[in-house]
Write a protein that binds this ligand. Structure first.
Ligand code: GRA
Ligand code: FAD
Length: 673
């Protein structure tokens, strides 16, 4: 074993030396500025140096019950520590602290399989802000923020997750007592999935069909107490439990919930948007989609906080590992190369690095638009809500599905060792892949964006004067644009993505019209076109991501060496996705068959150009080793020693002979069983 460690650390140190730019400068760009990097590190040091928050036994060796109990202990210590921090420091706002703990990667160093308190902060509090009156906000936010109560967001039911208009839980107003009566009429009406609902929370926002004066007004949010505040026993009429083991999220305590005629006061209906008066009169808001606001918020934060951040972790691990792992021969008789020398390996890693930066720049745009639209909504201006909804849907879907596929590719890039739990790929994958489904299943979200695009296509001439920036390419589109000459410049690549999106949107819209003319209902025509409809949402999203990434590389305040890296990554992202969908580009853009070889060559050139900087680029994500938590991806490159150390944490290695030998194996082998 002697010498292996030195060789690996030398390999990775050599990578860092040959880097053509300052990794620290790229870290500042990634964090959003020097000051933000400082603050992030301050928080990391504060939390990660605390021995109480570290666990000696890896999570995977605990039983399901032990995992839950440890998750509660660690969550309490962790959130106590956050309160202590906020009491004694005013340099970092509470919002920023919670964002880095729950929306960033810091929390995963403490509870890698998720927090049972997460939905309390990520969904319950935002729902009260978005849906509660001032009085309701004052009451519930202060109770929730001060952790007097633990809360969740209970929308999904056993029978319905996507189609929330089909939820079956009812909330019927009784004007005599001025109460709502919550009821679960069927098994499929049981709430199913909410994080922390099992045993952790005593309150929830419950989405239920509101009935008053014999009329159903659709789903509305109600704050409901589930457990006694002292004894934590479920209240009468509340049937509650945990939903059991899952692919991941096993410390999140996802739960189920049923109601047997549970009465709650009238003021538990969140009434910022819609109201029920004392006598049962229903007062409708100007837009019934405002009830869906919390979902938009979470989709917005998933893009960077979940998709980019998990993919960045995975590609850091795989890239560092590829710098120290040596295998096979490139030329006969020569020493085994670092596996990163293989072009196929570069093709697995570098597009994933480029995708992390691409997602990040779109996520920044989305966050800014979210904040501006939220302000408009508060002033009663709903004009920009459809664009925000459409972009949040497709960016959530594309970022999580890219990350999902690329994290798996990063795992494959690490061969057998990637399959070890100690690589941390299983946890990174299982927490990311949940985001493909939660907060709007990806196909469904793509179809929401497609609905917006088809509508925009039909209105593009009438609305061209007021068309939003993300749709301007539709009103600019001329079918003859596909006869322009092709060139391998970034502006031309971006144009090709826009042409593909516009061409496919045009085709889909015309196809739907054609089917309707043939006698299809509009719903059947929609369904019969829906494969292509998901593709137009993807094409629109890719064109948007490329445009946003290009603009970011142009305006970023960085040195020329860093800008060069960003430009290469931006071009790689574009070339990679063009070649993945080359058929579409041949049909809908000005790319011709005779141009494709040159694009393939450009891909190879870009991979080769990024190769010397690869470790430097992933270093710039600046993951603390405790956050990466990977035997393959630690900063020092000591891969083999760490794999060995992790194996020796297996409880089976605590004794030389396991008792099952005496009980079963021996009698079996001796023919005595
Ligand atoms: C799929 C739809 C959108 C369908 O709803 P619908 O009422 O049938 O709508 P439709 O007829 O297709 O469209 C009607 C219209 O509503 C618009 N719309 C739809 N959603 C929104 C929104 N959020 N904001 C603003 N507008 C929205 C649509 O664009 C349509 O507009 P239009 O009529 O075309 O002008 C909806 O039901 C939905 O969002 N389903 C997904 C459910 C979901 O996201 N659940 C999340 C549960 S919580 C969770 O998963 C937490 C995990 C967190 C964790 O653990 O970290
Ligand atoms: C880890 C995790 C945590 C969660 N946390 C919460 C939580 O805290 N609170 C909460 O309320 N919920 C939560 N959920 C539930 C989650 O939001 C739903 O699972 C999600 O919205 C998808 O709904 P579904 O499970 O009913 O899938 P379904 O809608 O049944 O989807 C199944 C299939 O049907 C397809 N499909 C459905 N409708 C359409 C359509 N209109 N057009 C085309 N295809 C369609 C989908 O594409 C998919 O392929 C969580 C889920 C997970 C996995």
């Amino acid at each position: 074993m002697v010498g292996i460690s030195d060789k690996c650390t030398e390999d990775i140190a050599r990578e860092r030396k040959k880097c053509s730019f300052s990794s620290t400068e790229l870290t500042h760009f990634w964090d959003g500025g020097v000051e933000l990097t400082k603050r992030r590190k301050l928080l990391e040091n504060y939390f990660l140096s605390d021995p109480e928050l570290k666990s000696s036994v890896p999570l995977e060796y605990l039983s399901h019950k032990e995992k839950y109990e440890r998750s509660i202990k660690l969550s309490c210590l962790f959130f106590k520590k956050i309160s202590n921090w906020l009491e004694h420091n005013d340099t970092i706002s509470a919002m920023e602290v919670y964002q880095s703990v729950l929306g960033g990667s810091l929390g995963s160093a403490v509870l890698k399989d998720g927090f049972p308190f997460a939905v309390h902060y990520v969904m319950f509090i935002p729902t009260i802000i978005g849906q509660g009156t001032m009085a309701q906000q004052a009451h519930w936010i202060s109770r929730a923020w001060n952790l007097e109560i633990m809360c969740t967001y209970a929308q999904t039911e056993l029978g319905h997750g996507t189609f929330i208009r089909g939820l079956e839980t009812t909330s019927t107003y009784d004007p005599d007592t001025e109460e709502f009566v919550l009821h679960s009429p069927t098994l499929t009406s049981y709430k199913w999935w909410p994080g922390g609902l099992g045993h952790t929370c005593n309150y929830a926002v419950v989405l239920a069909q509101l009935y008053t004066k014999g009329q159903c007004h659709g789903i509305h949010p109600f704050v409901v107490q589930l457990r006694d505040e002292e004894t934590w026993m479920p209240l009468p009429g509340i049937k509650i439990g945990e939903i059991g083991c899952k692919l991941g999220f096993n410390t999140v305590n996802n739960g189920y919930l049923g109601f047997d005629h549970v009465r709650i006061p009238r003021d538990r209906l969140l009434m910022k948007n819609n109201k029920v008066l004392k006598d049962g009169t229903y007062v409708k808001s100007q837009n019934d989609k405002l009830t869906y606001g919390t979902m938009i918020f979470v989709r917005v934060i998933v893009v960077r906080g979940v998709a980019a951040s998990n993919l960045a972790k995975a590609v850091t691990i795989a890239t560092r590992y590829s710098a120290v792992r040596r295998q096979s021969e490139l030329k006969p008789g020569e020493p085994e190369p670092q596996i990163m020398e293989f072009q196929t390996q570069q093709y697995k890693l570098f597009p994933a690095i480029a995708t992390v930066f691409a997602i990040k720049s779109s996520a920044t745009w989305l966050w800014d638009v979210y904040n501006s639209v939220t302000k408009d909504l508060d002033q009663g201006d709903l004009d920009k809500l459809p664009e925000l909804h459409a972009m949040a849907c497709c960016l959530k879907a594309i970022s999580t599905s890219d990350a999902n596929q690329m994290i798996e590719t990063c795992r494959f890039a690490c061969g057998g060792h990637g399959y070890m739990t100690s690589s941390n790929f299983p946890t990174i994958y299982s927490s990311l892949t949940a985001a493909v489904t939660y907060e709007g299943e990806n196909t469904v979200l793509l179809l929401q964006t497609a609905r917006y695009l088809v509508k925009a296509w039909s209105q593009r001439d009438v609305t061209s004067a007021t068309i939003t920036a993300t749709l301007k390419y539709l009103s600019d589109f001329r079918p003859s644009d596909i006869y322009q000459p092709w060139s391998l410049t970034m502006s031309n690549l971006a144009e090709a993505f826009r042409l593909v999106a516009a061409g496919k949107i045009k085709y889909c819209s015309e196809h739907i019209d054609y089917l309707i003319q043939k006698g299809y209902t509009s719903e059947d025509a929609w369904n019969a076109t829906s494969i292509q409809l998901t593709q137009i949402a993807e094409a629109h999203c890719r064109a948007f991501i490329v445009d946003t990434f290009v603009k970011e590389t142009e305006v970023a305040v960085v040195s020329e060496p860093v800008r060069k890296v960003l430009v290469q990554l931006c071009e790689l992202y574009s070339v990679y996705w063009l070649l993945k969908n080359v058929g579409d580009f041949l049909v809908y853009s000005h790319l011709k068959i005779s141009d494709v070889d040159a694009v393939n060559e450009r891909l190879a050139e870009l991979l080769a150009a990024i190769r010397p900087n690869a470790v430097g680029i992933v270093d710039s994500f600046d993951f603390h080793d405790d956050i990466l938590d990977s035997a393959l991806g630690a900063y020092d490159g000591r891969v083999y020693e760490r794999i060995f150390e992790a194996a020796n944490k297996s409880p089976l290695n605590a004794e030389p002979v396991n008792e099952s030998f005496h009980k079963y194996l021996k009698p079996f082998l001796k023919g005595q069983m």
